[in-house]
Design a protein around this ligand. Structure first.
Ligand SMILES: [Zn+2]
Length: 324
């Protein structure tokens, strides 16, 4: 059993809630899933060139890994609701007031943790968009896209590249149970959208029927968070939104699907494992290294969210233990 399971984060769902379905119970916990994708991005060690109006930048898959690792390792972004209350020695609080202050602290700590994780995951995703951005111009020429219809930002260009991929390969290009996880997120997003009347933009007609729809919603949600329009309110018992727990859950599902799309991008647009770390394992002598290299493949990138015997974060030790 993985040691990660005990390291709970402030926004983890309550432990006594059982996994609701057989598919989700075969899926790694969110932190473990994120760390797997982080390791893969690091072991790939690919680079590409990103041209924008601000100049040319070198993009590294390692940077995707850095952000996802932070997201995976995040435990708590703590909000101290007592911080500017007069100190306990100077003031007396009746129980009701103290309860209220504690409840606010806990509530905002949960939100701050979930929002911070989502921002870190989105930063990784943005780097993944930039990683494949150089492929967009060839695609738009191939498809005869008129100049006025060219997509302008790396996030919507990535959607165009993924749409093309799914058109050619169908859902076999996606990780297992992709539709189930996207469906979970889309359901939560739809309730958020109707409850809070949020704006959703940048969608072409028919976008909701495509496998990239959940990614489009992640892009919109990221904008709501980045622009400060994401609903933030006190705990439900103190006049806040009734669905505030569900908002946190939606952020976590958004991280899940963002990681799945990152897996798709890395699986199909990476030239293969190029990092120094991976090469030194490939060149090393020993059964544990052979086992590792045999299992750590581009095909494996689509299975990283599934519980299984092989996990990149368990590294060589696990290969050795499972060896015969
Ligand atoms: Zn499920």
């Amino acid at each position: 059993m993985s040691k990660w399971r005990d390291r709970r984060a402030a926004d983890d769902p309550a432990q006594n809630i059982r996994q609701p379905c057989s598919i989700c119970s075969e899926t790694r916990g969110l932190s473990e899933h994120l760390t797997e994708v982080a390791f893969a991005a690091q072991f790939l060690g690919n680079t590409s060139t990103y041209d924008s109006e601000d100049g040319t930048a070198k993009i590294r898959t390692e940077t995707i890994g850095d952000w996802l690792r932070l997201a995976a390792q995040l435990k708590t972004v703590e909000i101290d609701a007592w911080k500017f209350e007069p100190s306990a020695g100077d003031a007396f609080y009746c129980e009701t007031v103290a309860d209220s202050i504690n409840a606010h602290g806990q509530h905002y700590t949960t939100h701050a943790t979930a929002l911070t994780r989502f921002v870190f995951v989105c930063n990784g995703l943005e780097e993944a968009y930039r990683f494949i951005d150089h492929l967009y111009s060839a695609l738009s020429i191939n498809n005869g896209v008129a100049k006025k219809n060219l997509k302008r930002t790396s996030s919507v260009r990535a959607v165009a590249l993924l749409d093309d991929l799914f058109e050619k390969k169908g859902l076999s290009a996606a990780p297992r149970d992709f539709e189930h996880h996207c469906g979970n997120f889309i359901g939560l997003f739809n309730r958020y959208k109707s409850e809070h009347l949020v704006a959703v933009g940048g969608l072409d007609a028919g976008a909701e029927k495509l496998p990239t729809y959940a990614l489009q919603l992640v892009r919109n949600l990221r904008n709501h968070v980045a622009h400060g329009t994401f609903p933030l309110a006190p705990p439900a018992d103190y006049g806040g939104y009734e669905d505030s727990k569900e908002l946190v859950l939606m952020l976590r599902h958004a991280c899940r699907v963002a990681a799945l799309y990152t897996q798709v991008i890395l699986r199909w647009f990476s030239p293969g494992f190029e990092s120094h770390e991976y090469n030194s394992m490939r060149n090393a002598n020993g059964k544990e290294f052979d086992n590792f290299v045999e299992k750590c493949t581009l095909e494996h990138l689509l299975r990283m969210h599934l519980k299984g015997d092989f996990a990149l974060h368990e590294g060589l030790f696990d290969c050795e233990r499972n060896g015969d």
